[in-house]
Design a protein around this ligand. Structure first.
Ligand SMILES: [Zn+2]
Length: 66
């Protein structure tokens, strides 16, 4: 029986952005971003200071992407 690709996060992961341990979120390469931070990244204005913080954190996990 074929299994679906749903990822079960059993013990939680530490969010890359807020550094809080969460059980629900997104895997981004080898890192983890929680649901609320993912939403913040999507909704943050690109001109806002917060956005640059996100981008800088992302750079650390996505070498050569920017
Ligand atoms: Zn977070």
């Amino acid at each position: 029986m074929k299994k679906t690709s749903v990822i079960h996060v059993q013990l939680g992961h530490t969010c890359l952005i807020c550094e809080t341990r969460k059980t629900e979120g997104y895997k981004l390469c080898h890192s983890f971003v929680c649901e609320s931070c993912e939403r913040k990244i999507v909704t943050t204005d690109v001109r806002a200071d917060d956005y640059m913080i996100f981008v800088n954190k992302m750079r650390g996990i996505l070498p050569g992407q920017y």
